[in-house]
Design a protein around this ligand. Structure first.
Ligand code: ATP
Ligand code: MG
Ligand code: FE
Length: 336
């Protein structure tokens, strides 16, 4: 089964060809980071326009690299939510057009289901497991019961993990996107230099809150300025990163133990974070839990993960009609 997958939910135009939900024949990612950098974040209107320019060449390149023609494809998969509505619509219109023209089935995929499914690519890793989704817009602690079957145990009550990284990075002058920059510069800092707050919320809660630690960083910077003290960027980055990662790791392990699962997977852009990978590896080892995380290229937005998720939907017989629309706030596990 060969699936063509299209992902345009944010600022990456990506097209992949995926065979049997595992072999990535091609995974072309055209990032718009340079375009949005000077605005300090993604500008939705610019993202949509760029997707329109990019989509056809990216599709062609994905076909060329995979040595596959449109006739060889069994289904067209596309992210239909959540994400920026104008950006989603570009991929959706393209997917519908190809499905209609070639008379192949159309399969709409939830973007976060894609992030989780990135864990099925490189290793032999299967549900059930605890999935910790940490991306630019989401922080979801999920019990993945089976392919496409999710129970959300907890989520963030304010900022997403990636959002907190991006906002703190901007405050310490590292620019956009901040996650990878904090990751890098933190290696030169002392993670115990500053004690930023860890928010665990009520006892037993699997929810998250990152606005407190973000405000604490901003307050710390303001105090340094008031006292005319130098701002030590590596120390702030390392201390902030540790505060965020510690909470994520502890809640994930707790969830695995409480749910009686000995498998954990990381997903989403922040899953590329080296400190999170390191601390989660240590914690899982201690708790006798098998940990999986995708290579960085499959952590951040890509179409390969959408094609992998679509394969399991395809096997279940899921097909969408031409009435499929973009759903900017689509819930994980909901079927539209
Ligand atoms: P969502 O998936 O929730 O819709 P998104 O698609 O914009 O949001 P992703 O592409 O999954 O988000 O991830 C991007 C986020 O990951 C950004 O916030 C970025 O800063 C963060 N990120 C990427 N690499 C790292 C890293 N090494 N360390 C920390 N954060 C990172
Ligand atoms: Mg992006
Ligand atoms: Fe994403």
């Amino acid at each position: 089964v060969i699936i063509m997958a299209i992902e345009t939910s944010c600022d990456e135009t990506s097209v992949a060809l995926v065979k049997n939900g595992k072999d990535i024949l091609s995974n072309i990612i055209s990032s718009q980071i340079d375009l949005h950098e000077k605005f300090g974040g993604v500008v939705p209107e610019i993202a949509s326009r760029k997707h329109i320019e990019n989509i056809d060449p990216v599709i062609q390149e994905a076909l060329d690299v995979a040595h596959v023609s449109l006739e060889d494809i069994d289904a067209i998969a596309v992210t239909y939510g959540p994400g920026l509505v104008g950006a989603l619509l570009v991929g959706l219109a393209e997917a519908k057009a190809i499905a209609f023209a070639t008379n192949k089935p159309l399969i709409g995929i939830h973007h976060i289901e894609g992030h989780i499914s990135a864990n099925y690519i490189e290793n032999d890793f299967q549900p059930p497991f605890i999935g910790m989704v940490v991306s630019g817009g989401h922080t979801h602690l999920v019990h993945v019961k089976d392919y496409g079957v999710y129970e959300i145990l907890g989520k963030t009550r304010d900022d997403a993990a990636g959002e907190a990284f991006d906002k703190v990075a901007r405050a310490i002058g590292l620019g956009y996107p901040g996650g990878p920059k904090i990751d890098k510069i933190a290696k030169e800092g002392d993670e115990n230099a500053i004690e930023f707050p860890r928010s665990y919320l009520e006892n037993g809660s699997y929810d998250f809150s990152f606005s407190g630690v973000k405000s604490a960083v901003l307050n710390y910077i303001n105090q340094c300025k008031m006292k005319d003290e130098p701002i030590h960027v590596p120390n702030i980055a390392a201390s902030f990163q540790k505060a965020v990662v510690e909470v994520i790791v502890n809640k994930t392990i707790k969830a695995a133990q409480t749910e009686g699962l000995h498998k954990v997977a990381l997903a989403g852009g922040v899953a590329a974070n080296s400190k999170l990978r390191e601390m989660m590896t240590i914690a899982c080892k201690e708790a006798d839990i098998v940990l999986n995380y995708p290579s960085p290229v499959y952590c951040t937005d890509n179409a390969a993960m959408i094609g992998v998720a679509a394969y399991h939907e395809y096997l279940k017989g899921v097909r969408h009609t031409m009435a499929l629309n973009a759903v900017p706030y689509l819930k994980l596990g909901s079927r539209i």
